[in-house]
Unconditional design. Structure first.
Length: 364
């Protein structure tokens, strides 16, 4: 993520009350099976914090840089990582501890056309120099969603970095990332309420425990409705599923007036040498129509890729950004022809990621 997320005083107060009333993160003993009694019930308060939740040890762990907004996900992620290290079946632990999330993923898997609206991502953060999501957990999430297993890249910056499904990684996967970056933990984009505040949405709809829809389906629909505005096939895919199966997406998202949004697109176009293949890396800056009371971020960044090899556009990631990030990425000195172009935001595009290519960079 390219901008820090800030937790408001009210957010901290509410989470402290969760702690004191045993509906948030607190110290408890683990069950005999070692399963964490997380019990995510699909509830969310105005902070975007889901609950109630029960942990097997104190959470947040301040020594790891965690805050109250990392509850209960950070503790659960550490338990899953440790269980995998011991050779335990983390699928059993996952189902016993996060039944609601497991059910959501089972339902999401019924819509492969939406899963196919996402591209590929590298499971490594170059800034923090670390693996983002524990590989056994990546494998479990991919299995539950019915997508291809991660694979080892041969053209990524480091061939040892796993490549995986961007949608699964950047939604459910980020909830369980234990990697602390200079911008905080990756899950912040989903557990912090600022995206809902900025777009004027009911709390929690673009979070891990929405009242309707799921994190993956809601995020896919909302980000896709913006990124695919001029992509006929992808837009039709979104509309068809949302129309025939309206329960998969929150009604507030289906009825959202996207025409009101102020969207600026940065397009980076590459013609791969010796081929007729064109790749366009697209960064949409979507200004929030409502003020953000939780910090300096003012917009949602949506990163997507068009590849002429299969004539499809695919989502990669979405997260909040501040004005300084927008200004840096749209600096006039970076615009025009003969610019060095590469994938960013953990995206993986065969033949592009890790290559030294020149192309054009434009704004509209």
């Amino acid at each position: 993520m390219t901008a820090a997320l800030h937790t408001s005083a009210s957010h901290r107060l509410i989470c402290a009350l969760f702690f004191l009333t045993w509906t948030g993160c607190y110290t408890d003993s683990s069950s005999q099976s070692g399963a964490l009694d997380l019990n995510i019930q699909g509830q969310a308060n105005k902070t975007g914090q889901s609950g109630p939740a029960q942990g097997s040890a104190t959470s947040p762990d301040l020594s790891l840089g965690e805050t109250t907004q990392d509850c209960p996900w950070a503790k659960f992620a550490r338990d899953l990582r440790d269980a995998a290290t011991r050779g335990q079946n983390i699928g059993v632990l996952f189902d016993a501890s996060a039944a609601k999330l497991a059910t959501d993923m089972q339902n999401d898997a019924q819509y492969p056309s939406w899963l196919n609206l996402w591209g590929a991502a590298i499971n490594f953060d170059e800034g923090a120099h670390g693996i983002i999501v524990d590989p056994p957990l990546v494998d479990l999430l991919n299995q539950r969603l019915g997508v291809a297993h991660r694979f080892e890249a041969t053209t990524a910056p480091d061939a040892s970095h796993s490549i995986t499904h961007a949608g699964v990684q950047h939604t459910y996967g980020y909830l369980f990332s234990t990697l602390n970056t200079r911008f905080g933990f990756k899950r912040a984009r989903w557990v912090n309420a600022e995206v809902s505040e900025g777009f004027g949405l009911p709390p929690g709809l673009l979070g891990p425990a929405p009242q309707s829809g799921s994190l993956f389906m809601n995020a896919t629909y909302f980000a896709g409705s913006i990124a695919f505005a001029n992509d006929l096939i992808e837009r039709a895919t979104l509309t068809a599923v949302a129309t025939l199966h309206p329960q998969v997406v929150a009604s507030a998202l289906r009825n959202y007036d996207f025409k009101q949004l102020n969207i600026q697109r940065l397009s980076e176009t590459i013609q791969l040498p010796g081929t007729k293949r064109t790749v366009i890396l697209r960064t949409d800056f979507v200004k929030w129509p409502h003020p953000n009371p939780l910090g300096p971020n003012i917009a949602w960044l949506i990163y997507s890729v068009y590849d002429s090899a299969d004539r499809r556009s695919r989502l990669i990631s979405a997260f909040p950004v501040d004005q300084s990030t927008i200004s840096r990425l749209t600096d006039p000195s970076r615009l025009g022809n003969d610019q060095m172009i590469t994938t960013v935001f953990n995206a993986y595009v065969t033949g592009v990621t890790g290559a030294k290519l020149k192309g054009s960079r434009t704004i509209r």
